[in-house]
Design a protein around this ligand. Structure first.
Ligand code: ZN
Length: 258
């Protein structure tokens, strides 16, 4: 299963003062995320995958140019799933991430955030600061499925390797600021994704499901108190820890809702 975000794709930097989705760079981000996904899909089928599912995980879950995706893949889209990596189960051999980005607060990470740039200042699991890469990987891990590949900027790739040293990565660009990058050419990135995904599958035996120690203590630190108050309404069973942090003890990451 390939999770597809948009911020980490080649030549995507958004615009200051707004989310990527609202920026003039979004049209290109959709196209490039689609092309990078197709490179991964092609590689997976070429090395023997029986089934590839693409999950559109950015914002409203309707970003990929679906009609331009490789016709052999199946597609998960939209919002309202009950967890990350919806439908994933033990029958899958691996998960991949395209267009992912570094965690909130990462210096010079292009469009770095953790789920919400507006509301979430940081998310911690068992006291450790984490981003979407480790959080999503741990949901797959609970289903015994390893993360095998990540395409992201240099900061996102480094973050992936910090949590999961076995993961194969392709750097799409080098972050020089929140909205600026030294990018590889989009077509070069597609070729590198194709080649590296082939290698990741060859090395499947060395990949491990990523897990946090259960039960997991999750803390969400908000930017503002008002955001915490709003979030508290839908987060039953979460308690306040100071004026900007909500925390909960979850049995495992399958219970995590971002
Ligand atoms: Zn995104």
């Amino acid at each position: 299963m390939i999770a597809v975000d948009c911020e980490g794709a080649a030549c995507v930097v958004g615009e200051p003062g707004m989310s990527l989705s609202n920026s003039s760079n979004m049209a290109f981000a959709r196209e490039q995320a689609t092309r990078e996904t197709n490179a991964a899909v092609r590689a997976l089928f070429d090395v023997g995958a029986e089934k590839v599912v693409v999950w559109d995980s950015h914002g409203d879950g309707a970003n990929i140019l679906f009609d331009q995706l490789d016709q052999r893949c199946e597609i998960l889209l939209g919002v309202g799933f009950n967890r990350r990596f919806p439908e994933l189960d033990e029958t899958y051999s691996g998960v991949l991430m395209i267009g992912y980005h570094a965690m909130a607060g990462t210096v010079n990470g292009v469009l770095a955030h953790t789920y919400s740039s507006d509301a979430y200042h940081a998310i911690r699991v068992n006291g450790m600061e984490v981003g979407e890469i480790a959080l999503d990987a741990s949901v797959a891990g609970e289903r015994k499925v390893p993360l095998i590949f990540v395409a992201s900027d240099d900061k996102g790739c480094a973050e992936s390797l910090e949590f999961m040293p076995w993961v194969k990565t392709v750097e799409t660009k080098r972050g020089l600021g929140r909205h600026c990058a030294y990018s590889k050419h989009p077509a070069v990135v597609e070729k590198q994704i194709y080649g590296t995904v082939c290698v990741a599958v060859e090395e499947l035996a060395q990949m491990k499901p990523f897990l946090f120690k259960n039960p997991v203590q999750i803390e969400i630190q908000f930017e503002q108190f008002i955001q915490l108050l709003k979030a508290r309404i839908r987060r039953q069973g979460w308690s306040m820890s100071g004026l900007k942090t909500l925390k909960a003890l979850l049995p495992n990451m399958l219970e995590w809702k971002c």
